[in-house]
Design a protein around this ligand. Structure first.
Ligand code: CP
Ligand code: NVA
Length: 300
């Protein structure tokens, strides 16, 4: 694997099968077998945005691998008072064995990774959320037995979100069919998939739902976009994942969501809480297992 995980472009198909294999092993053996590749190591977790799943799964994961997690509020670091990203990277590289970072600017995370001599893992930027999508792919593999061109996913709503962008890279990596369904004024970033025949944009929600195996959606107002809330609520309203769409899909279609979810907005309460269709908590759990696999591969 490469030194850092900044987007799914950093992962090869072989890396992905290694991550699946190790994550599955760690999931089965959790609490039974001790595996401590991070013993004696410290991992800094820098957060400039809110988090429930990412923070907790990384803190718990580092601890279970025998390492010491350090939660660092980016707003309380000197970087918030003008210290450069490069200086921060160099200093932290003298103390830590890895950095996990959630912030706004993706370019800032790229710079941090370039300047740091230790692995850097992107825990969400405005543009990408690779750890989430690795967990999603493992969840699909668990339910379908494979993630390949026989799987069709439809993503509804904010087709330019960090999640949508990362799903595009995931479809490129795995060959799964991906339809991004959004209004004409909020089309996905074509430059990410212009040359990929398995990825398409569709504005008609009913059309996009045909033959779908997995529905996926994300919040309509991502962190940092709060001032656009009113416009976004209006423009995405026809793109809610709900029972009507499931009626068009494959019989056993499942629902995925990175969470946090807003019932009645991007997903109906009925779908979100349907124990037959919604697999969002399996998906959330898998964050822990894939991140443990990734950290032990990058930081051992
Ligand atoms: N899905 C996800 O990253 O959740 P948090 O924002 O709670 O970390
Ligand atoms: N697109 C969302 C994902 C949250 C996990 C956001 O950036 O807020």
């Amino acid at each position: 694997m490469k030194k850092d995980l900044l987007t799914l472009r950093d992962i090869t198909r072989d890396d992905l099968s290694d991550i699946f294999e190790l994550a599955t092993k760690l999931k089965i053996e959790r609490g039974k077998k001790v595996f401590t590749p991070l013993e004696g190591k410290s991992v800094g977790l820098i957060f400039a945005k809110s988090s429930t799943r990412t923070r907790v799964s990384f803190e718990v994961g580092v601890g279970e691998l025998g390492g010491r997690p350090l939660y660092l509020d980016q707003g309380k670091m000197q970087i918030g008072r003008g210290e450069t990203v490069a200086d921060t990277a160099k200093v932290l590289s003298r103390y830590l064995h890895g950095i996990v970072i959630r912030t706004f600017s993706h370019a800032e995370v790229e710079e941090l990774a370039r300047e740091a001599t230790i692995p850097v893992i992107n825990a969400l930027t405005d543009d990408f959320h690779p750890c989430q999508i690795l967990a999603d792919l493992l969840t699909i593999k668990e339910y379908s037995g494979k993630v390949d061109d026989t799987i069709k996913m439809a993503f509804y709503g904010d087709a330019r979100s960090n999640i949508a962008n990362s799903l595009i890279l995931a479809a490129r990596l795995t060959g799964m069919e991906l339809v991004l369904c959004s209004p004409a004024e909020e089309q996905p970033d074509k430059s990410l998939y212009a040359d990929a025949s398995n990825i398409a944009w569709e504005s008609d929600p009913m059309k996009a739902a045909e033959n779908v195996d997995y529905f996926y959606t994300d919040v309509w107002v991502s962190m940092g976009l709060e001032e656009e809330k009113e416009r976004r609520m209006k423009v995405f309203a026809p793109y809610q994942v709900n029972e009507k769409l499931f009626a068009k899909a494959k019989k056993n279609a499942k629902f995925l969501h990175c969470l946090p979810a807003h019932r009645g907005e991007e997903v109906s309460a009925g779908i979100m809480d349907d124990p037959e269709r919604s697999i969002v908590f399996d998906e959330a759990e898998n964050r822990l297992h894939v991140q443990k696999a990734v950290m032990s591969m990058l930081m051992k």
